[in-house]
Design a protein around this ligand. Structure first.
Ligand code: FE2
Length: 274
């Protein structure tokens, strides 16, 4: 099975201060058009937050429209689409507009958008790391206890976790200050105890980053809109650099396990058959 992953489209972002940026809506359309052209086609598309830059309903409407215009419905061979929210999002507005893409599990902690669904032999568990009006993320005991129950219920079965704030320390100091500041160690302990989490997919850093938590790979996909400058200096600066956006394409089978590919949205010369 193939899983596509895009993140941080930041719809509504004013990109006039980013010369050369096509605008977040066009950037999203390009990324989704790229997903549409992938062959074989992904069965699942994960979107890991910062869907809208300021949480406006109109931007969630735009997301719905661009998705509908770009990708076929699952009935017509398109991917199942599931999303979690990021620190720029607004839970109530997103929930009103995005419906089943953000459908919390029946037993999800009150007020949180935590998902648990299945497809192609995998469980997909979406975590809600949002702390309203704050840039950092947290997993509190209520959500961790819910996750423990989900993992227990699917003991021995493979799981993909997706969330906005990645459970790792990147070394990008400014971003680490607004990273997952609570619950990382407990999440790692749960992942290790379950033993069958194949992947933790995340966003937020606007850079491609790979880490490890509880024995599972943590994969941070770059934004489909704009990237952050790679700056690992102490007291480094936060700056945008328009490096090429990518789509994550993760291949998983029961026999082979996981392989993560990164597919450029921009077209480059080739292919040259050799
Ligand atoms: Fe973001």
């Amino acid at each position: 099975m193939l899983i596509a992953h895009i993140t941080d489209p930041h719809l509504g972002l004013d990109t006039r201060f980013l010369p050369g940026h096509p605008g977040p809506q066009e950037a999203l359309r390009r990324a989704l058009s790229h997903v549409r052209k992938l062959d074989p086609a992904p069965e699942v598309l994960l979107i890991t937050g910062d869907l809208a830059d300021s949480g406006a309903e109109s931007d969630y409407d735009t997301l719905r429209t661009v998705l509908a215009d770009t990708l076929p419905s699952p009935a017509d061979g398109g991917p199942r689409v599931w999303a979690v929210l990021g620190n720029h999002d607004d839970r109530a507005a997103a929930r009103r507009i995005l419906g089943e893409m953000l459908d919390p599990a029946a037993d999800a902690p009150e007020g949180l958008i935590c998902l648990h669904t299945q497809h192609g032999g995998l469980h997909f568990i979406g975590l809600d790391t949002v702390v309203p009006r704050r840039p950092h993320g947290e997993l509190d005991d209520t959500q961790l206890n819910w996750l423990a129950r989900q993992l227990q219920a699917c003991a021995g079965e493979p799981v993909v976790i997706f969330m906005h704030h990645p459970p790792l320390v990147s070394g990008m100091e400014v971003m680490d200050r607004c990273g997952l500041l609570r619950g990382r160690e407990q999440l790692g302990a749960l992942v290790r105890a379950h033993g069958n989490v194949q992947l933790i997919a995340a966003g937020h850093l606007h850079r491609p980053v790979v880490g490890l938590l509880g024995g599972a790979p943590v994969l941070v996909e770059p934004s489909c809109s704009h990237q952050l400058e790679l700056d690992l200096r102490t007291h480094g600066q936060l700056a945008v650099r328009l490096e090429p956006p990518k789509v994550g394409l993760y291949r998983w089978t029961p026999e082979d396990g996981l392989a993560c590919h990164f597919s450029h949205v921009h077209a480059y010369p080739g292919p040259f058959v050799i």
